[in-house]
Design a protein around this ligand. Structure first.
Ligand code: GTP
Ligand code: MG
Length: 170
């Protein structure tokens, strides 16, 4: 039987970028056009079987609305991993993602694994953020990067698996 390792993962990002939708896709393989804004935060778990062990993510899906901003440190404190989400059609949300990554690097755990998700890839005809620009920002900051679509499911499992694989195993 494979060993199970538990890791706390926090989702951060501006309101309506699709944090909850990415988690719903990852955990339940569902998508809702009328996903409600998160109030405070939501807790979910999901396991990923890797080659030699099972990673269990204990996921805190935070609320992106400004009024909840001050709660975020409670959720990223002690997190082994973070998934920072922006919307590829919304430049403000990309600026927001950069701010979250800087904050995590200053205030988060020293060895935190950070993923950057450019979500709503299905809306690429309305794209405002160049994928090369986002990729180089991620590379400069040591982050895993994928463009995702919670709607179609594109790259959602992939980004969580890439985070799981990068987590320290001891
Ligand atoms: P807060 O909880 O308020 O911080 O928002 P959130 O980041 O959790 O966003 P949420 O998942 O609630 O999604 C916001 C809206 O975007 C909803 O109407 C979703 O259906 C839609 N949405 C989320 N992901 C995608 C996507 O990949 N593509 C498209 N087209 N719409 C998406
Ligand atoms: Mg939400």
């Amino acid at each position: 039987k494979k060993t199970q390792l538990n890791f706390k993962l926090v989702l951060l990002g501006d309101a309506a970028v699709g944090k909850s939708s990415c988690v719903e896709r990852f955990v339940k393989n569902e998508f809702f056009e009328f996903q409600q804004p998160t109030i405070g935060a939501a807790f979910l778990t999901q396991t990923i079987p890797l080659e030699d062990y099972i990673v269990k993510f204990e996921i805190w899906d935070t609320a992106g609305q400004e009024r909840y901003r001050s709660l975020a440190p409670m959720y990223y404190r002690g997190a082994a991993a973070a998934l920072v989400v922006y919307d590829i059609t919304d430049p403000d949300s990309f600026d927001g993602a950069k701010t979250w990554i800087q904050e995590l690097q200053r205030q988060g755990a020293a060895d935190i694994v950070i993923g950057l998700a450019g979500n709503k890839l299905d809306l690429s005809s309305q794209r405002k953020i160049d994928s090369k620009e986002a990729k180089s920002f991620a590379d400069e900051n040591g982050c895993i990067f994928y463009e995702t679509s919670a709607k179609t499911g594109a790259n959602v499992q992939e980004i969580f698996v890439a985070i799981a694989q990068k987590l320290p195993k001891n």
